[in-house]
Ligand binder design. Structure first.
Ligand code: PDD
Length: 284
């Protein structure tokens, strides 16, 4: 059995859930999923910065600096000899007698992290997949990476029941993101994605792809688009840690573009692969 991080210690992975942990009872906490390529977490600083922001937004004080936390996560990866996969990490507001209001300041947040060996999804990345449209019924702070994922889980379930890889969410006619990834479309050679506001999670993969697209000379528009525009797009893809970039060839019954992974999608897949192939283990 692999090891896990529990607050400040790396211990045997076992059942450490306390029934009065606020993560368990209220979903009161935040999390990150970090990709590990070639034994090294990718864009760990960016994930740590987003964790800090999520903590601030829900008024949770992290018990220690993210610099220390980062070291512990790197140590966990090397203890578990993880080569290819993910780190899952969450911070709950802590363990306290069940009351909706926040516990007193002497209650410490609880940090847990573990790793999971996982192959890259390069096959689906090359071939593409189907998505379904689902109404976005989430709250209005989707920019915070909180543990409250029930609407996301329900949407993903709908995708799975329809042999789709993702559920693309829309609020009314506006496409926001997907159940566990960001959504992009290409129209007339330009890239479009929802602006990073309170309606979406500003994905670490999303940010990197916008950078890579600019470097490739692709025009980037952080602009909302409608369901009709999505269905009429030349290319659609979703992006997230662990999924990387998946071309979407069909949304519900509509075929996107010519039904094949598009040129800009392929360029971005290639650029992202280059990035993680260079992500070699740093042995000090
Ligand atoms: N999900 N939007 C939502 C709702 C997400 O849950 C995720 C990631 C993303 C993409 O973010 P990033 O590129 O930083 O992974 C966008 C993770 C992987 C998860 O919950 O498993």
């Amino acid at each position: 059995m692999s090891k896990m991080l529990f607050n400040t210690e790396i211990i045997e992975r076992n059942n450490v859930v306390n029934i009065e942990d606020r993560a368990y009872q209220f979903g009161d906490g935040i999390y990150e999923v970090i990709g590990v390529y070639n034994g090294k977490p990718l864009m760990l600083d960016e994930h740590m910065q987003r964790l800090e922001r999520s903590a601030r937004e829900i008024r949770l004080t992290l018990p220690e600096s993210t610099a220390k936390l980062k070291k512990r996560l790197e140590q966990l990866v090397s203890t578990n000899e993880l080569h290819e996969g993910i780190i899952y990490m969450q911070v709950s507001r802590g363990v306290a007698s069940r009351e909706h209001y926040f516990p007193s300041a002497d209650v410490s947040p609880v940090i847990v992290a573990y790793t999971r060996e996982e192959e890259r999804m390069t096959d689906v990345e090359d071939k593409g997949a189907k998505a379904v449209l689902v109404e976005d019924i989430r709250w209005l702070r989707c920019d915070i990476k909180t543990l409250n994922l029930l609407p996301n889980a329900m949407a993903k379930q709908e995708a799975v029941e329809n042999d789709a890889i993702e559920a693309i969410l829309h609020r009314g006619n506006i496409v926001t993101e997907a159940s566990a990834s960001n959504v992009f479309m290409v129209k007339n050679g330009e890239l479009y994605t929802h602006p990073a506001d309170n309606y979406i999670l500003n994905g670490i993969t999303r940010r990197k792809l916008l950078e890579l697209a600019s470097e490739l000379g692709i025009n980037v528009n952080e602009q909302t688009f409608t369901v009709d525009e999505l269905l009429a797009a030349d290319e659609v893809f979703v992006s997230a840690t662990k999924l990387d970039i998946i071309p979407v060839l069909q949304v519900d019954d509509s075929i996107i573009g010519n039904g094949q992974p598009g040129n800009i999608t392929r360029q971005l897949i290639h650029a992202f692969r280059n990035l993680y192939e260079q992500n070699t283990e740093s042995r000090a």
